[in-house]
Write a protein that binds this ligand. Structure first.
Ligand SMILES: Nc1ncnc2c1ncn2[C@@H]1O[C@H](COP(=O)(O)OP(=O)(O)OP(=O)(O)O)[C@@H](O)[C@H]1O
Length: 255
């Protein structure tokens, strides 16, 4: 069975999509068959991999969650060998409201994953929207583990208590095996005391669950999506690329 990781933080702009794209790309580069599921209506992981800009998509996660379409029918390959994506589109905006009245509404993604052919993927990464809504709950209910990107900025820890509470609730009601896979410090700026202070605070809050690798603030990481590429193709020797390659190494080492 594929190991499923939900990339979650209800705060916006902390590096969820950047992590989904680049961790996914490096895991695929290291030989894993990876599926990235884009559950965010903003579709940044989809567009960041150069998918969907020509309107060529056969479908998106809306069709899977609301119309029961098999995941397989909407999955597309990317420029990275072994990295596939189940794309999002703006249509997903409506999914949140429409799901409310449907039966087993938190389990739509889990059911869709159960129908994937056995052994097709070894790793599934789910990029979540910046809220603890039904789309995120679907990801948490389907996941083996949670990866939490935390931006090294003011108020980094704000909201994490609430996130932990949601994870506990999901464990009790939907998915008892859900683990904290790791907390990833992002947009670290070594020149500022603030970044160092935040990193220390997060480490004292989460202890050994924080990845040793810290993602630096890197212009190359922020440029890559506009070229529709992961940083492993766009600027493989940049500091951001090296950091995400190291995170992939930690993820593989921890399995
Ligand atoms: N390490 C980094 N260095 C520089 N820029 C970064 C880095 N990580 C992410 N960014 C940029 O910061 C912005 C937010 O990142 P990203 O989209 O990954 O966050 P997100 O948590 O997925 O956002 P949302 O919550 O809106 O879905 C993007 O413009 C991205 O390119």
């Amino acid at each position: 069975m594929a190991r499923v990781a939900a990339i979650v933080n209800q705060k916006g702009g902390v590096g969820k999509s950047t992590t989904a794209i680049n961790l996914g790309a490096y895991l695929a580069q290291r030989g894993e068959r990876v599926l990235l599921i884009d559950m965010d209506p903003q579709a940044n992981a989809t567009s960041g991999l150069g998918i969907g800009s020509n309107g060529e998509l056969a479908g998106c996660m809306y069709d899977v969650l609301l119309d029961g379409r098999p995941l397989e029918e909407i999955i597309v390959s990317t420029a990275v060998e072994r990295l596939h994506i189940a794309p999002a589109s703006i249509q997903l905006v409506g999914a949140e409201v429409e799901l409310v009245s449907s039966l087993a509404r938190e389990l739509k993604l889990r059911r869709a994953l159960e129908k994937l052919p056995e052994g097709r993927y070894e790793r599934i990464l789910v990029d979540c929207p910046p809220s603890l809504d039904l789309l995120t709950l679907n990801a948490l209910a389907a996941a083996d583990e949670v990866l939490i990107p935390v931006q090294c900025e003011y108020y980094a820890l704000e909201g994490l208590t609430q996130l932990m509470r949601s994870i506990r609730m999901v464990r009790e009601e939907l998915n008892p095996g859900l683990e904290i896979g790791g907390v990833l410090l992002t947009m670290f700026d070594a020149r500022t005391n603030l970044s160092r202070q935040v990193a220390e605070e997060v480490r004292s809050f989460f202890g050994g669950r924080v990845f040793k690798t810290v993602i630096p603030r890197s212009v190359r990481l922020s440029e890559a999506p506009s070229h529709g590429m992961p940083v492993s193709l766009y600027a493989p020797s940049s500091s951001g690329a090296e950091a995400y390659a190291a995170v992939a190494g930690e993820v593989l080492g921890g399995d």
